[in-house]
Design a protein around this ligand. Sequence first.
Ligand code: GLA
Length: 404
Amino acid sequence: MLRVAETGDTAQRIEAVHKRYDIDPKQVRLVRAPYRICPLGAHIDHQLGTVTAMAIDRAVWLAFAPTPADRRVRLTSRSFAGDVDFALDAVPDRVDGDWGNFPRGAVRALQAAGHDLRCGIVGVTDGGLAEGGLSSSAAIGVAYLLALQAANGLVVAADDNIRLDQAIENGYLGLRNGILDPAAILLSRRDQLTVIDCKSMTHEVVPAGTALLPFRVLIAFSGLRQALVSTDYNRRVGECQQAATALLAASGRVGTQARLGHITQDEYDAHAGVLTGPPSRRAAHVFGEMARVRDGVAAWRRGDTAELGRLMTASGHSSIHNYECGAPPLIDLYDILRTTDGVYGARFSGAGFRGCCVALVAPDAAVDAVASVRRRYARARPELAAEAPVFLCDSDDGARLVAQ
Ligand code: GLA
Protein backbone atom coordinates (compact mmCIF):
# COMPACT_ATOMS: atom_id res chain seq x y z
CA MET A 1 0.00 0.00 0.00
CA LEU A 2 1.35 3.38 -0.98
CA ARG A 3 1.78 5.87 1.83
CA VAL A 4 2.10 9.58 1.35
CA ALA A 5 2.65 10.60 4.93
CA GLU A 6 5.83 9.59 6.71
CA THR A 7 4.98 6.65 8.90
CA GLY A 8 5.12 7.21 12.62
CA ASP A 9 7.05 9.69 14.71
CA THR A 10 10.42 9.75 16.38
CA ALA A 11 9.37 7.69 19.40
CA GLN A 12 7.86 5.01 17.18
CA ARG A 13 10.96 4.90 15.02
CA ILE A 14 13.19 4.43 18.06
CA GLU A 15 10.83 1.84 19.51
CA ALA A 16 10.93 -0.10 16.22
CA VAL A 17 14.74 -0.50 16.53
CA HIS A 18 14.45 -1.38 20.22
CA LYS A 19 11.85 -4.06 19.55
CA ARG A 20 13.39 -5.55 16.44
CA TYR A 21 17.03 -5.61 17.56
CA ASP A 22 16.77 -5.45 21.35
CA ILE A 23 18.75 -2.21 21.47
CA ASP A 24 18.59 0.26 24.37
CA PRO A 25 16.43 3.11 23.04
CA LYS A 26 19.05 5.60 24.27
CA GLN A 27 21.52 4.18 21.76
CA VAL A 28 19.22 4.78 18.81
CA ARG A 29 19.92 7.74 16.51
CA LEU A 30 17.96 9.09 13.57
CA VAL A 31 18.78 10.35 10.10
CA ARG A 32 16.25 12.34 8.14
CA ALA A 33 17.01 12.58 4.41
CA PRO A 34 14.44 14.62 2.45
CA TYR A 35 13.14 14.04 -1.04
CA ARG A 36 13.90 16.72 -3.61
CA ILE A 37 12.36 18.55 -6.52
CA CYS A 38 14.22 20.11 -9.44
CA PRO A 39 12.36 23.21 -10.71
CA LEU A 40 14.76 23.59 -13.68
CA GLY A 41 17.71 21.62 -15.01
CA ALA A 42 16.22 18.44 -16.50
CA HIS A 43 18.83 15.91 -17.60
CA ILE A 44 21.76 18.24 -17.61
CA ASP A 45 23.49 17.18 -14.39
CA HIS A 46 25.13 14.22 -16.17
CA GLN A 47 26.25 16.64 -18.91
CA LEU A 48 27.92 18.84 -16.28
CA GLY A 49 25.43 21.68 -16.56
CA THR A 50 24.00 23.79 -13.75
CA VAL A 51 20.79 22.60 -12.11
CA THR A 52 18.34 23.95 -9.54
CA ALA A 53 16.76 22.08 -6.66
CA MET A 54 14.90 22.23 -3.36
CA ALA A 55 14.51 19.64 -0.64
CA ILE A 56 10.91 19.12 0.45
CA ASP A 57 9.27 18.41 3.80
CA ARG A 58 8.79 14.71 3.09
CA ALA A 59 11.68 12.43 3.90
CA VAL A 60 13.21 9.02 4.25
CA TRP A 61 14.03 8.18 7.87
CA LEU A 62 16.59 5.78 9.21
CA ALA A 63 16.58 4.98 12.94
CA PHE A 64 19.81 3.15 13.70
CA ALA A 65 22.28 2.09 16.35
CA PRO A 66 25.97 1.20 16.03
CA THR A 67 26.89 -2.43 16.67
CA PRO A 68 30.58 -2.37 17.62
CA ALA A 69 30.70 -6.06 18.56
CA ASP A 70 29.20 -7.20 15.31
CA ARG A 71 30.69 -6.12 11.98
CA ARG A 72 27.36 -6.55 10.18
CA VAL A 73 24.63 -4.32 8.76
CA ARG A 74 21.17 -5.56 9.73
CA LEU A 75 18.10 -3.64 8.59
CA THR A 76 14.36 -3.82 8.21
CA SER A 77 12.07 -1.39 6.43
CA ARG A 78 8.59 -0.23 7.31
CA SER A 79 7.97 0.39 3.60
CA PHE A 80 9.57 -2.68 1.96
CA ALA A 81 9.37 -6.39 2.70
CA GLY A 82 12.29 -8.55 3.83
CA ASP A 83 15.37 -8.08 5.98
CA VAL A 84 18.85 -7.00 4.96
CA ASP A 85 21.81 -8.63 6.69
CA PHE A 86 25.39 -8.64 5.47
CA ALA A 87 28.95 -8.53 6.82
CA LEU A 88 31.08 -5.41 6.34
CA ASP A 89 33.91 -7.68 5.18
CA ALA A 90 31.90 -9.47 2.47
CA VAL A 91 29.43 -7.07 0.90
CA PRO A 92 27.31 -9.00 -1.63
CA ASP A 93 26.86 -7.80 -5.22
CA ARG A 94 23.80 -5.96 -6.46
CA VAL A 95 20.52 -7.88 -6.66
CA ASP A 96 18.04 -6.31 -9.12
CA GLY A 97 15.08 -4.66 -7.42
CA ASP A 98 16.29 -5.31 -3.86
CA TRP A 99 16.20 -2.42 -1.37
CA GLY A 100 19.30 -3.90 0.26
CA ASN A 101 21.29 -2.55 -2.72
CA PHE A 102 21.39 0.89 -1.09
CA PRO A 103 23.03 -0.04 2.24
CA ARG A 104 25.34 -2.48 0.44
CA GLY A 105 26.24 0.22 -2.08
CA ALA A 106 26.86 2.71 0.74
CA VAL A 107 29.27 0.37 2.51
CA ARG A 108 31.10 -0.42 -0.74
CA ALA A 109 31.37 3.29 -1.62
CA LEU A 110 32.79 4.19 1.81
CA GLN A 111 35.27 1.32 1.72
CA ALA A 112 36.36 2.13 -1.84
CA ALA A 113 37.03 5.73 -0.74
CA GLY A 114 39.36 4.39 1.97
CA HIS A 115 37.11 4.75 5.00
CA ASP A 116 37.74 2.13 7.62
CA LEU A 117 34.36 0.84 8.76
CA ARG A 118 34.89 -1.00 12.01
CA CYS A 119 31.35 -0.84 13.22
CA GLY A 120 28.13 -2.08 11.62
CA ILE A 121 24.63 -0.82 12.30
CA VAL A 122 21.18 -2.15 12.97
CA GLY A 123 18.35 0.03 11.72
CA VAL A 124 14.78 0.47 10.60
CA THR A 125 13.89 2.70 7.64
CA ASP A 126 10.68 4.31 6.54
CA GLY A 127 9.54 6.61 3.77
CA GLY A 128 6.83 5.74 1.31
CA LEU A 129 7.53 7.67 -1.89
CA ALA A 130 9.85 5.33 -3.73
CA GLU A 131 8.09 5.37 -7.11
CA GLY A 132 10.51 7.83 -8.64
CA GLY A 133 10.77 11.51 -9.37
CA LEU A 134 11.59 12.71 -5.86
CA SER A 135 14.94 10.98 -5.67
CA SER A 136 14.15 8.37 -3.07
CA SER A 137 17.28 6.49 -4.18
CA ALA A 138 19.66 9.26 -3.26
CA ALA A 139 17.68 10.07 -0.11
CA ILE A 140 18.09 6.55 1.22
CA GLY A 141 21.68 6.32 -0.05
CA VAL A 142 22.57 9.53 1.81
CA ALA A 143 20.76 8.24 4.93
CA TYR A 144 22.92 5.08 5.01
CA LEU A 145 26.09 7.07 4.37
CA LEU A 146 25.35 9.46 7.25
CA ALA A 147 24.40 6.62 9.61
CA LEU A 148 27.51 4.55 8.82
CA GLN A 149 29.68 7.64 9.23
CA ALA A 150 28.08 8.51 12.59
CA ALA A 151 28.45 4.93 13.81
CA ASN A 152 32.15 4.96 12.88
CA GLY A 153 32.99 8.45 14.10
CA LEU A 154 33.79 9.62 10.57
CA VAL A 155 33.48 13.29 9.67
CA VAL A 156 32.83 13.62 5.94
CA ALA A 157 32.25 16.89 4.08
CA ALA A 158 29.06 17.38 2.05
CA ASP A 159 31.03 17.40 -1.23
CA ASP A 160 32.53 14.02 -0.40
CA ASN A 161 29.12 12.66 0.51
CA ILE A 162 27.84 13.81 -2.88
CA ARG A 163 30.65 11.84 -4.54
CA LEU A 164 30.00 8.84 -2.31
CA ASP A 165 26.32 8.78 -3.19
CA GLN A 166 27.24 9.12 -6.85
CA ALA A 167 29.49 6.11 -6.41
CA ILE A 168 26.51 4.13 -5.06
CA GLU A 169 24.36 5.09 -8.05
CA ASN A 170 26.97 5.01 -10.85
CA GLY A 171 29.10 2.20 -9.48
CA TYR A 172 26.92 -0.17 -7.50
CA LEU A 173 23.51 0.45 -9.13
CA GLY A 174 24.74 1.10 -12.67
CA LEU A 175 22.80 4.32 -13.31
CA ARG A 176 24.85 6.90 -15.24
CA ASN A 177 23.29 9.89 -13.50
CA GLY A 178 24.83 13.12 -12.28
CA ILE A 179 25.02 14.78 -8.88
CA LEU A 180 21.66 16.61 -8.85
CA ASP A 181 20.01 14.27 -6.35
CA PRO A 182 22.58 13.93 -3.56
CA ALA A 183 23.59 17.59 -3.91
CA ALA A 184 19.95 18.70 -3.54
CA ILE A 185 19.38 16.37 -0.59
CA LEU A 186 22.56 17.38 1.24
CA LEU A 187 22.80 21.10 0.49
CA SER A 188 19.27 22.52 0.33
CA ARG A 189 17.91 25.11 2.73
CA ARG A 190 14.26 25.89 3.40
CA ASP A 191 12.80 28.64 1.20
CA GLN A 192 15.92 28.88 -0.94
CA LEU A 193 16.77 27.67 -4.41
CA THR A 194 19.85 25.41 -4.48
CA VAL A 195 21.84 26.14 -7.63
CA ILE A 196 24.39 23.42 -8.32
CA ASP A 197 27.19 23.71 -10.90
CA CYS A 198 27.78 20.05 -11.71
CA LYS A 199 31.07 20.75 -13.50
CA SER A 200 32.88 22.61 -10.72
CA MET A 201 30.85 20.89 -7.97
CA THR A 202 30.13 24.24 -6.37
CA HIS A 203 26.76 25.49 -5.26
CA GLU A 204 24.88 28.48 -4.00
CA VAL A 205 21.66 28.65 -1.98
CA VAL A 206 19.78 31.61 -3.41
CA PRO A 207 17.03 33.52 -1.57
CA ALA A 208 14.05 34.53 -3.68
CA GLY A 209 13.55 38.13 -4.73
CA THR A 210 11.06 39.85 -2.44
CA ALA A 211 8.57 40.18 -5.30
CA LEU A 212 8.30 36.39 -5.76
CA LEU A 213 4.71 35.32 -5.13
CA PRO A 214 4.14 32.74 -2.42
CA PHE A 215 3.89 29.19 -3.76
CA ARG A 216 3.34 25.63 -2.65
CA VAL A 217 4.85 22.57 -4.28
CA LEU A 218 2.31 20.21 -5.83
CA ILE A 219 3.47 16.63 -6.46
CA ALA A 220 1.39 14.41 -8.72
CA PHE A 221 2.38 10.77 -9.08
CA SER A 222 1.67 8.87 -12.28
CA GLY A 223 1.39 5.39 -10.77
CA LEU A 224 4.23 4.20 -13.05
CA ARG A 225 6.94 2.52 -11.01
CA GLN A 226 10.14 1.17 -12.44
CA ALA A 227 13.78 1.30 -11.47
CA LEU A 228 15.46 4.09 -13.43
CA VAL A 229 18.29 1.82 -14.47
CA SER A 230 15.81 -0.32 -16.45
CA THR A 231 14.48 2.68 -18.44
CA ASP A 232 16.10 4.52 -21.37
CA TYR A 233 17.92 6.81 -18.91
CA ASN A 234 21.41 5.44 -19.65
CA ARG A 235 20.73 5.34 -23.40
CA ARG A 236 19.89 9.06 -23.34
CA VAL A 237 23.13 9.80 -21.46
CA GLY A 238 24.98 7.90 -24.19
CA GLU A 239 23.23 9.93 -26.93
CA CYS A 240 24.28 13.15 -25.17
CA GLN A 241 27.85 11.91 -25.12
CA GLN A 242 27.73 11.03 -28.81
CA ALA A 243 26.60 14.61 -29.47
CA ALA A 244 29.37 15.97 -27.25
CA THR A 245 32.05 13.89 -28.97
CA ALA A 246 30.89 15.02 -32.45
CA LEU A 247 30.75 18.69 -31.39
CA LEU A 248 34.17 18.49 -29.79
CA ALA A 249 35.65 17.04 -32.99
CA ALA A 250 33.88 19.65 -35.15
CA SER A 251 35.36 22.35 -32.91
CA GLY A 252 38.86 21.00 -33.61
CA ARG A 253 39.32 19.64 -30.11
CA VAL A 254 40.05 16.10 -29.05
CA GLY A 255 38.83 14.40 -25.95
CA THR A 256 37.34 11.27 -24.53
CA GLN A 257 34.43 11.11 -22.11
CA ALA A 258 33.10 14.33 -23.62
CA ARG A 259 29.99 15.85 -22.05
CA LEU A 260 27.88 18.60 -23.54
CA GLY A 261 29.01 20.80 -20.66
CA HIS A 262 32.49 20.77 -22.24
CA ILE A 263 31.12 22.45 -25.37
CA THR A 264 30.67 26.22 -25.33
CA GLN A 265 27.46 27.84 -26.55
CA ASP A 266 29.45 29.41 -29.43
CA GLU A 267 30.81 26.00 -30.47
CA TYR A 268 27.30 24.54 -30.35
CA ASP A 269 25.88 27.41 -32.41
CA ALA A 270 28.66 27.01 -34.98
CA HIS A 271 28.56 23.22 -35.30
CA ALA A 272 25.05 22.01 -34.32
CA GLY A 273 24.58 21.14 -38.03
CA VAL A 274 26.96 18.17 -37.74
CA LEU A 275 24.45 16.44 -35.46
CA THR A 276 21.59 14.34 -36.73
CA GLY A 277 18.89 12.11 -35.23
CA PRO A 278 18.67 11.51 -31.47
CA PRO A 279 22.03 13.14 -30.56
CA SER A 280 20.85 16.32 -32.31
CA ARG A 281 17.60 16.43 -30.30
CA ARG A 282 19.38 15.61 -27.01
CA ALA A 283 21.86 18.44 -27.56
CA ALA A 284 19.02 20.84 -28.41
CA HIS A 285 17.40 19.93 -25.10
CA VAL A 286 20.59 20.27 -23.06
CA PHE A 287 21.62 23.66 -24.49
CA GLY A 288 18.03 24.93 -24.23
CA GLU A 289 17.80 23.72 -20.65
CA MET A 290 21.11 25.34 -19.69
CA ALA A 291 19.71 28.67 -20.90
CA ARG A 292 16.42 28.07 -19.05
CA VAL A 293 18.36 27.46 -15.83
CA ARG A 294 20.29 30.72 -16.28
CA ASP A 295 17.08 32.63 -16.97
CA GLY A 296 15.19 30.83 -14.23
CA VAL A 297 17.76 31.60 -11.54
CA ALA A 298 17.65 35.25 -12.62
CA ALA A 299 13.82 35.18 -12.46
CA TRP A 300 13.97 33.66 -8.95
CA ARG A 301 16.43 36.32 -7.81
CA ARG A 302 14.29 39.20 -9.06
CA GLY A 303 11.05 37.57 -7.92
CA ASP A 304 9.49 37.03 -11.34
CA THR A 305 7.10 34.17 -10.60
CA ALA A 306 5.42 34.19 -14.01
CA GLU A 307 8.74 33.85 -15.85
CA LEU A 308 9.99 31.11 -13.52
CA GLY A 309 6.78 29.17 -14.09
CA ARG A 310 6.90 29.70 -17.84
CA LEU A 311 10.45 28.33 -17.95
CA MET A 312 9.48 25.24 -15.93
CA THR A 313 6.68 24.45 -18.33
CA ALA A 314 9.02 25.07 -21.29
CA SER A 315 11.47 22.64 -19.69
CA GLY A 316 8.71 20.02 -19.56
CA HIS A 317 7.95 20.63 -23.24
CA SER A 318 11.60 20.18 -24.21
CA SER A 319 11.88 17.02 -22.09
CA ILE A 320 8.99 15.56 -24.07
CA HIS A 321 9.92 16.72 -27.58
CA ASN A 322 13.72 16.98 -27.57
CA TYR A 323 14.84 14.64 -24.80
CA GLU A 324 11.95 12.26 -25.49
CA CYS A 325 11.81 10.93 -21.95
CA GLY A 326 8.10 11.38 -21.24
CA ALA A 327 6.16 8.20 -20.62
CA PRO A 328 2.59 8.79 -21.92
CA PRO A 329 0.90 8.86 -18.46
CA LEU A 330 3.46 11.43 -17.31
CA ILE A 331 2.76 13.54 -20.39
CA ASP A 332 -0.96 13.37 -19.51
CA LEU A 333 -0.16 14.57 -15.99
CA TYR A 334 2.07 17.35 -17.31
CA ASP A 335 -0.74 18.52 -19.62
CA ILE A 336 -3.23 18.40 -16.74
CA LEU A 337 -0.96 20.34 -14.40
CA ARG A 338 -0.03 23.09 -16.83
CA THR A 339 -3.72 23.74 -17.52
CA THR A 340 -4.80 23.74 -13.85
CA ASP A 341 -5.89 27.02 -12.26
CA GLY A 342 -3.30 28.53 -9.94
CA VAL A 343 -0.33 26.58 -11.40
CA TYR A 344 2.64 28.86 -12.21
CA GLY A 345 4.63 26.14 -13.97
CA ALA A 346 4.97 22.36 -14.18
CA ARG A 347 7.34 19.68 -15.43
CA PHE A 348 8.48 16.12 -14.78
CA SER A 349 9.94 16.09 -11.32
CA GLY A 350 12.71 13.60 -12.05
CA ALA A 351 13.77 11.70 -15.12
CA GLY A 352 10.27 11.54 -16.66
CA PHE A 353 10.30 7.82 -17.44
CA ARG A 354 8.12 7.06 -14.42
CA GLY A 355 7.31 8.65 -11.07
CA CYS A 356 5.83 12.09 -10.73
CA CYS A 357 5.38 15.62 -12.03
CA VAL A 358 5.95 18.77 -9.98
CA ALA A 359 4.17 22.12 -10.15
CA LEU A 360 4.52 25.39 -8.31
CA VAL A 361 1.05 26.59 -7.37
CA ALA A 362 -0.50 29.66 -5.74
CA PRO A 363 -1.32 28.79 -2.08
CA ASP A 364 -4.92 29.99 -2.26
CA ALA A 365 -5.60 27.80 -5.30
CA ALA A 366 -3.57 24.80 -4.12
CA VAL A 367 -6.24 22.64 -2.47
CA ASP A 368 -8.60 23.00 -5.41
CA ALA A 369 -5.71 22.30 -7.78
CA VAL A 370 -5.01 18.97 -6.03
CA ALA A 371 -8.68 17.95 -6.28
CA SER A 372 -8.85 18.94 -9.93
CA VAL A 373 -5.62 17.08 -10.85
CA ARG A 374 -6.87 13.94 -9.08
CA ARG A 375 -10.20 14.12 -10.91
CA ARG A 376 -8.72 14.71 -14.34
CA TYR A 377 -5.98 12.10 -13.98
CA ALA A 378 -8.53 9.51 -12.80
CA ARG A 379 -10.44 10.19 -16.02
CA ALA A 380 -7.31 10.04 -18.19
CA ARG A 381 -5.66 6.99 -16.55
CA PRO A 382 -8.20 5.16 -14.38
CA GLU A 383 -5.95 2.08 -14.20
CA LEU A 384 -3.09 4.07 -12.65
CA ALA A 385 -4.81 6.84 -10.68
CA ALA A 386 -5.89 4.70 -7.70
CA GLU A 387 -2.25 4.26 -6.66
CA ALA A 388 -1.06 7.69 -7.71
CA PRO A 389 -1.06 10.21 -4.85
CA VAL A 390 -1.34 13.94 -5.45
CA PHE A 391 -0.33 16.18 -2.56
CA LEU A 392 1.07 19.52 -1.47
CA CYS A 393 4.36 20.11 0.29
CA ASP A 394 6.88 22.88 0.95
CA SER A 395 10.62 23.36 0.72
CA ASP A 396 12.78 22.21 3.63
CA ASP A 397 16.33 21.82 4.87
CA GLY A 398 18.67 19.10 3.65
CA ALA A 399 19.62 15.77 5.25
CA ARG A 400 20.77 15.64 8.83
CA LEU A 401 21.23 13.55 11.93
CA VAL A 402 18.31 14.35 14.22
CA ALA A 403 18.69 14.66 17.97
CA GLN A 404 16.40 12.30 19.92
C1 GLA B 1 17.09 11.46 -12.21
C2 GLA B 1 18.58 11.36 -11.97
C3 GLA B 1 19.20 12.73 -11.83
C4 GLA B 1 18.82 13.64 -13.00
C5 GLA B 1 17.32 13.60 -13.22
C6 GLA B 1 16.90 14.34 -14.48
O1 GLA B 1 16.44 11.97 -11.09
O2 GLA B 1 18.82 10.59 -10.80
O3 GLA B 1 20.59 12.61 -11.71
O4 GLA B 1 19.53 13.30 -14.16
O5 GLA B 1 16.84 12.28 -13.35
O6 GLA B 1 17.19 15.69 -14.38
